[in-house]
Write a protein that binds this ligand. Structure first.
Ligand code: FAD
Ligand code: EPU
Length: 339
């Protein structure tokens, strides 16, 4: 086992902030993981499971063990005439899995193209984009319970998926290491182009015959236009979740702000775009020293270079306060604050 000390995490988080791990180990396979857990007495030290670092913000050095998941393998574990079950290791890059499925004609995750990060982190916040969530195609996952060293299987119900949420982000946070994820994908695709911008982009790209490849291409095109590439500009995608308010709250807001956008959810709730609220408060494109709000999308905080995690976090709190003061809505960070 290659346990390293005082390792820089700058290259391992898409915000590109400086932070150091007291201990760091790259986990290539399950045996190494079991061995690391036995020999590192993890109960005595804080631990962080790290994938691609695209949904974390380090606000301090990490005084524990960072376990960097790079277990990577994609396999077909079952198929019939309509479906195929694809199992991928936690360290597989998510977009690599999407491309693999698109190339083989396995439908269901093409709308989730180009989301950064790893397969193992995908269930943690039930990744979603352009009308599809991981939970739509999720079959099961295997995860190792850190304290007991036992491997458990979780189906979708057990994961308690919600909007940018699961058991692994709440009650079981930090207690399990996801080892692999199995998805149930279709051989006969049902195309999801109801998210307005997808249909519009397909049309603008001149695509007439729908295919999963065409949808994936359109989503990639859209994302490249709207979101900053972390290799050029540090960011972690949407910094906050979109708030969900009751119908009554939404009506009240609408009375003052007739143009407020809202998307009806089940159970009479309404999702309000946090980007709109932040933009209304005048933050879009605003820069404060080395940190700012992206000029193409108000929900994305960016590190212009050299910013610390603390500075980004404090900036996010100022935005949070200003939205609360103006609209009475508390924005909840989507990004996991580590420190
Ligand atoms: P990390 O940031 O490394 O970890 C995130 C959390 O998961 C941490 O709490 C970590 O401890 C935990 N974790 C990671 N791996 C494991 C594991 N194997 N077992 C247990 N816990 C684990 N998200 C969306 O949902 N939709 C989007 O459209 C989207 N767009 C984005 C665009 C950009 C430009 C960026 C930078 C981010 C975007 N994100 C989006 C957020 C991010 O890509 C996802 O949350 C992604 O799943 C994070 O993967 P990761 O491997 O980088 O996780
Ligand atoms: N809007 C603004 N100003 C902006 C940008 C957007 O007012 O600068 C408003 C517009 O009304 C627009 C609406 O916000 O119609 C929604 O914008 P967008 O379609 O870009 O989606 P989003 O709600 O900002 C969510 C996810 C993204 C995901 C996209 C596409 C969350 C927190 N974010 O963003 O996920 O890619 O939808 O499905 O749910 C992420 O989680 O990191 C992420 C990028």
């Amino acid at each position: 086992m290659l346990l390293q000390e005082y390792v820089s995490l700058k290259e391992f988080n898409t915000f590109g902030v400086k932070a150091q791990a007291r201990y760091y180990v790259r986990i290539h396979d399950e045996q190494l993981l079991q061995h690391s857990l036995r020999s590192l007495s993890p109960k005595l030290l804080p631990r962080l499971i790290l994938g691609g670092g695209s949904n974390v913000l380090f606000i301090n050095n990490f005084e524990g063990i960072v376990m960097h998941m790079v277990i990577g393998k994609i396999a077909i574990v079952r198929e019939n005439k309509d479906h195929v079950w694809v199992k991928a290791g936690a360290g597989v890059n998510w977009h690599t899995l999407v491309q693999y499925c698109v190339q083989h004609g396995y439908a269901g995750i093409e709308n989730l193209a180009l989301i950064p990060g790893t397969v193992g982190a995908a269930p943690v916040q039930n990744i979603g984009a352009y009308g599809v969530e991981l939970s739509d195609v999720f079959e099961s996952l295997e995860a190792l319970e850190i304290d007991s060293g036992k491997i458990h299987t979780f189906d979708a119900v057990a994961c308690a998926f919600g909007y940018r949420n699961s058991l692994f982000k709440n009650q079981l946070r930090g207690q399990y290491i996801i080892l692999n994820v199995t998805l149930k994908l279709g051989k006969k695709p049902t195309f999801r182009i109801d998210y307005g911008a997808v249909a519009g982009t397909l049309e603008a790209m001149g695509i007439q015959a729908l295919s999963i490849k065409a949808i994936s291409d359109a989503v990639i095109h859209l994302r490249q236009r709207k979101l900053p590439n972390p290799t050029h500009l540090g960011n972690a995608g949407s910094f906050f979740k979109n708030p969900v308010v009751t119908q009554a709250q939404f009506k009240k807001l609408q009375a003052q702000l007739p143009h407020i956008p809202g998307y009806q959810q089940s159970e009479g709730q309404v999702k309000v775009p946090a980007a709109w609220l932040i933009e209304q408060c005048g933050w879009k494109g605003k820069r404060h020293d080395k940190v700012g709000v992206y000029d193409q999308h108000a929900l994305v905080l960016v590190n212009y270079g050299g910013s610390t995690g603390q500075e980004i976090y404090q900036f996010s709190q100022v935005i949070q306060r200003s939205v609360k003061d103006r609209f009475g809505i508390t924005l909840i960070p989507e990004v996991q604050i580590i420190g």
